[in-house]
Ligand binder design. Structure first.
Ligand code: SAM
Length: 236
């Protein structure tokens, strides 16, 4: 008899609330993905809270810890589709001026994919790895930023080391934009995958920021090697 697959908490399938039957034409990996979605408390919470995805809770939890999304902050959100991070940032930086008497912030979102409009955010469709992408972002930004955050991730190839190198290239590109546009004291947040190459980026970040931390927020799935680098206190 085949062993039952483990879920992200390491328990057997028997503990899951919703079981999904395999269907003709659906791959086992898709069935397991669907099952995980249906049993994920963050997916349910995102639907109830009106967020476009569970990723919203990752930036909420990171900001609860490091407090960089303050009213009036100018934020660049790289890899912003479908828009959960933008939704969180727009509220916290007071992009719509809802917090009376507080400074009004701005959000500039960038993604390869088209993003449905989000109140208080300026969003552009762009491949951030294009040669002149940096210049375009700087032109749209029109000045300095207080926060550069990146949740960019290329589609998984299934090859662990390739995926790691791809995400690190995206993360490094985001860091170099941050070096150009951040205001002194600013914050850089980016998704990385554990796998070796993140050490060299950390060395560079340590020279440019007063504090560099690697964090895995509770909303990041425990079976994923994803974590986030949070660099605060840009030295300019
Ligand atoms: C995990 S999703 C981001 C989720 C987003 N933070 C949210 O809360 O909705 C990763 C995104 O990175 C984007 N991405 C990957 N490579 C990119 C690139 N070269 N330029 C711009 N966006 C990219 C993908 O299109 C995808 O939408």
């Amino acid at each position: 008899m085949a062993k039952s697959p483990k879920n992200s908490s390491g328990r057997g399938q028997r503990d899951l609330k919703v079981k999904v039957k395999t269907a003709r034409g659906r791959k086992l990996s898709s069935t397991l993905w669907l099952q995980r979605q249906l049993n994920d408390p963050y997916v349910k919470r995102a639907q109830a809270d009106g967020y476009r995805g569970r990723a919203a809770y990752k930036i909420l939890e990171l900001d609860d810890k490091f407090r960089f999304l303050v009213p009036g902050a100018r934020v660049v959100d790289l890899g912003c589709a479908p828009g959960g991070w933008c939704q969180v940032a727009a509220k916290r930086v007071n992009a719509l001026g809802e917090k009376q008497g507080k400074a009004i912030g701005t959000i500039l979102g960038i993604d390869l994919q088209e993003v449905d409009p989000i109140a208080g955010c300026e969003i552009h469709q762009l491949d951030f790895m294009e040669d002149d992408a940096d210049d375009k972002v700087k032109e749209w930004l029109g000045g300095k930023a207080d926060v550069v955050m990146s949740d960019m991730a290329a589609s998984a190839s299934g090859h662990k080391q390739t995926d790691h190198l791809r995400i690190m290239a995206l993360c490094e590109a985001a860091a170099y934009l941050a070096f150009d546009v951040l205001e002194e004291g600013g914050t850089f947040v980016a998704k990385v995958l554990a796998g070796g190459a993140e050490g060299s980026l950390q060395q560079i970040l340590k020279q440019r920021f007063t504090k560099v931390a690697h964090v895995k927020p509770p909303a990041s799935r425990s079976d994923s090697s994803e974590k986030f680098v949070v660099a605060t206190g840009f030295r300019g």
